[in-house]
Design a protein around this ligand. Sequence first.
Ligand SMILES: [Zn+2]
Length: 459
Amino acid sequence: MSILIKNGRIITADSDQVADIFIEGEKIKTIGKNLSRQADETIDASGKLVFPGGIDPHVHLDMPFMGTYSSDNYETGTRAALFGGTTMVIDFILQKQGNSLQAALNEWRSRSNGNCVGDYSFHMAVTDFNEGTKKEIKHFVEEEGITSFKTFMAYKGALMIDDRQMVGLMEEVKKQGGLVTVHATNGDMIDYLVSKHREEGKLSPLYHYLSQPEVTEAEASERFADMANYTGCPGYIVHLTCEGALNAVRNATRRNQNVLVETCIQYLVIDASLYERVDGAKWVMSPPLREKKDQQTLWAGINQGIVKVVATDHCPFKWQQKLMGKDDFSKIPNGHPAIENRMELLFSEGVYNGRISLNKYVEVACTNPAKIFGMFPRKGTIGIDSDADIVIFDPNEKHSISASSHHMNVDYSAYEGWELTGKVKTVLLRGRVAIDNNVCKLEKGYGQFIKRNKVNGMI
Ligand SMILES: [Zn+2]
């Protein structure tokens, strides 16, 4: 099977040209002007932008959490991602405290195997680092192709590890050629503030926000950077939201340290005023949404090259599930749906509104996730012998977001009624047309588990 994409404006992280792309099998074979190759199928991309497939390195599909499961499974979640131009996701396996990493991998495989429409990988979340866990790290890096290890400095009593475990894990992960990623907020402070607000009868969603003030994130980000610096382990902060935390990273750069930073699309475009609404539970996530000044900081951080990735932390719960916390914010399942909206929101708010360049857009949404997590240049770019993961995008089409038309398995949208400029038209995944004219052409099971290479924190 071969496909020829004609006359698209091809954007990568560092190039911009009108040319044709010839694809054979799963790979890109030739890129050039006026190619005269015969193909089984020709797609006219005149007037369109052509991006590498988006990579969302932070999603939670079919995840057990707070007594329920996130409502998108591997099929609905990866399909919705494709509709939005994201051809690959990285999901999280959560170790159960007291159990092995391998047991968690087996459990996650039982839900994901054969069920994905788009490509995927896993981060391994280490919630209990001990002599047994330490021995498993090498196997994950060398045999399983899972080279990133997630840690939580929050969710005390469930997922949180202490600093002793963090330093031990960092030393081992560095030795084996991996990367430690972190949910960097101060779990003890948050635990105290949640208890205090509950005792005072302050139970609305606004108190979710007020229980995780900026300082809890700034403090933990700095502590994580210090531990990464001390051990020499590559470190990556997931879903960084605010000025205080980004300044902690900026401080680390002054001693010549490179801390990798991810933010998520929601922290760039919506703010904490939503928690005062009656349906504020829709936006209950951790860390919470912040202030307008933090959005400015994050856009600047992207342009300064400090914020390297825009992900989603996609973790949807239906309204009925959110109602588990109708009388107590601490019982609201944390997370919001965005896997389908990330690429279009970032284009409209970022590129169309003049905040970031087209090349920067591709860099943070496609290329950097592939580089940081050990998949480049197979994924994350348009180049010879790269996987033919391609998005054909109309930069001028206007459309609006609605739960009535999205493909995520959740009965509301966090962005209901938002008017966007720029729309995904055609998506290819490994040489097959995945999305065309708002129809998905692939079946579940097409999505492959992608083994990743060793990483060193340099991109
Ligand atoms: Zn997450």
